[in-house]
Design a protein around this ligand. Structure first.
Ligand code: SF4
Ligand code: SF4
Length: 64
């Protein structure tokens, strides 16, 4: 999944414009990622000029 470090973000909106499924929402001082819709293509990580976004591997298996 994609993690956001909002303290670094300058809210330029570049990540929003490249996200293929349009699952990043940029508000005034907040970035939200719809993790259900995210395809983990990592485009947003590559384009972010200040390395705000980070991809971390997550296990899809969850203990019940
Ligand atoms: S590209 Fe990076 S700095 Fe710009 S809005 Fe997205 S997370 Fe923030
Ligand atoms: S990894 Fe891809 S699909 Fe997920 S938020 Fe970033 S650009 Fe969008």
């Amino acid at each position: 999944m994609i993690l956001v470090r909002e303290d670094l973000c300058d809210f330029c909106g570049v990540c929003v414009s490249v996200c293929p499924p349009d699952c990043i929402e940029l508000r005034e001082a907040e970035i939200r990622i719809d993790h259900e819709a995210c395809t983990e293509c990592k485009l947003c990580v590559y384009v972010c000029p200040v390395e705000t976004l980070e991809y971390v591997e997550t296990s899809h298996e969850r203990a019940v």
